[in-house]
Design a protein around this ligand. Sequence first.
Ligand SMILES: *[C@@H]1O[C@H](CO)[C@@H](O)[C@H](O)[C@H]1NC(C)=O
Ligand SMILES: *[C@@H]1O[C@H](CO)[C@@H](O)[C@H](O)[C@H]1NC(C)=O
Ligand SMILES: *[C@@H]1O[C@H](CO)[C@@H](O)[C@H](O)[C@H]1NC(C)=O
Ligand SMILES: *[C@@H]1O[C@H](CO)[C@@H](O)[C@H](O)[C@H]1NC(C)=O
Ligand SMILES: *[C@@H]1O[C@H](CO)[C@@H](O)[C@H](O)[C@H]1NC(C)=O
Ligand SMILES: CC(=O)N[C@H]1CO[C@H](CO)[C@@H](O)[C@@H]1O
Length: 496
Amino acid sequence: MSVLTFDHPSNLKLVLAIVLCLCLSCDARFKGFRRFGGPPEERQQAGAAAEVQEYWFTQKLDHFNGADTRVWKQRYYMNESFYRPGGPVLLMIGGEGPANPAWMQYGTWLTYAQKLGALCLLLEHRFYGKSHPTEDLSLANLRYLSSRQALADLAHFRSEMTEKRGLAGKWAVLGGSYPGSLAAWFRLKYPHLATAAVATSAPIHATVNFPEYLEVVWRSLASYSPQCPLLVKKASDTLNHMLKNPKTYSNITKDFQLCSPLQISSLMDSAHFLESLAGNFMDVVQYNQDNRAFEGVVGTNITIKVLCDVMADASLGGVYDRYAAVARLALRTFSQRCLDPQYSSFLHDISDTSWNGTGPTTGRQWVYQTCTEFGFYQSTDSPNQPFTGFPLPYHLQQCMDIFNVSAEAVGVCAQGTNEYYGGYGIKASRIVFPNGSIDPWHALGVTQDISEDMPAVFIEGTAHCANMYPARAEDLPQLALARDHVFLLLRQWLKE
Ligand SMILES: *[C@@H]1O[C@H](CO)[C@@H](O)[C@H](O)[C@H]1NC(C)=O
Ligand SMILES: *[C@@H]1O[C@H](CO)[C@@H](O)[C@H](O)[C@H]1NC(C)=O
Ligand SMILES: *[C@@H]1O[C@H](CO)[C@@H](O)[C@H](O)[C@H]1NC(C)=O
Ligand SMILES: *[C@@H]1O[C@H](CO)[C@@H](O)[C@H](O)[C@H]1NC(C)=O
Ligand SMILES: *[C@@H]1O[C@H](CO)[C@@H](O)[C@H](O)[C@H]1NC(C)=O
Ligand SMILES: CC(=O)N[C@H]1CO[C@H](CO)[C@@H](O)[C@@H]1O
């Protein structure tokens, strides 16, 4: 992941997030779940849904220590437009970024709510957005950041809201991406509090090394043109090779429009640079075109086709030059002057523990969760993927550099997560798992029906979270069918 800092407006990833700020993890503009990082929360208010009212809920800091009575204010949103008294409640789960109020006005779930007479609620995840349980993001305070605490937040919220507002209907939880996993896990751990769950694009199996992610990127690029991933691979190999020769640095600095002369003093530096460039492809593949029309924001018109066409354009020069052209295109698209690839700047920024400092407002939190719960490191360790130079040790070293968490500890944590939730062996009921075939996350999702009441809904040809976005005329027919299928399941389950 690239450097996330407000001091370096040159930074591509940050700007992707700022400029096109629709910040739920299911959103293309939010870089959180692919690797990490996120938008500054203030910018979110500038979005389409700025007028949506915020509500605040008094939440416990530590659900697992009765002696700790500290509380904090957790943000949530509500849409009562469709609610009929006694009707069900749809609770959308916030993820590793600010809760996006646009979901209160757009999105497939509102059409479900309309048909069901349901109340819609969205609870922001602790430690993200404006939900600040502690005074800062110091390592000592981050121990209260975990999916287990987040699920307990949801449980407490669910119980209190039911009481306070006299909600007699059944509850269903929904989420996409990491919140999709939370939806499934909420149903698992608190079956009495939610009748059903929709777990879209949900990786339910923690895994430290996740090289399969880039394998899907290969296949997704290849589905447009078999040559495309081969060209990317050649370019990435070439660049990696050049990084071993300092004489090439001034050319690289110029060709990739770097903010300052390239310096490679460790493998971490080259890995960080190579990963930043691979990110141009990873982001586009993860979201492709499925959510570009989410209303109220400017979308990007960069698609797999656009990237692959640049990679195939011999008029630009060799593969190295075309790869540089992609990088410049990405900078241009997001109105960026230059790219800052230094690992040291990244480290500096992510070590900032203030909520409003110059650091990445959500990058630190999500990296902490990967180091202590999930792994999910999108390494280049598979031969069947297009990139070079950011292997697993690069990702693990970050856990050590930022949080003093050893590689060994990361493995133990991920294993603990699977023991706690069951991983692929999750034992629950009434959970639907929609997945998109070109979404790299599907590799850790549920790929076939677990049981009759834990079905997978496969959507050929769509990317991350496609079924959650508002329907559009140009949607693939299977996407429309998937939305209906999920609705019918939900309706049936809420009746049972
Ligand atoms: C609830 O959703 C409807 C339909 O999208 C929208 O018109 C309305 O403004 C929303 N209300 C709130 C409070 O967001
Ligand atoms: C730098 O680029 C120029 C122009 O493309 C080329 O002639 C030169 O050989 C390159 N230098 C190195 C060290 O690769
Ligand atoms: C994307 O949009 C920009 C600005 O509207 C335009 O200049 C550019 O040509 C478009 N690119 C593609 C590949 O459509
Ligand atoms: C940052 O937050 C602290 C408290 O959380 C506040 O006292 C301070 O004024 C804020 N600084 C800026 C620059 O907003
Ligand atoms: C890092 O962790 C080790 C072992 O867990 C501990 O002994 C050491 O004090 C920690 N270092 C810092 C800087 O926190
Ligand atoms: C790509 C992928 O994992 N798709 C799976 C999604 O769910 C369907 C339905 O069970 C499976 O057949 C797909 O393999």
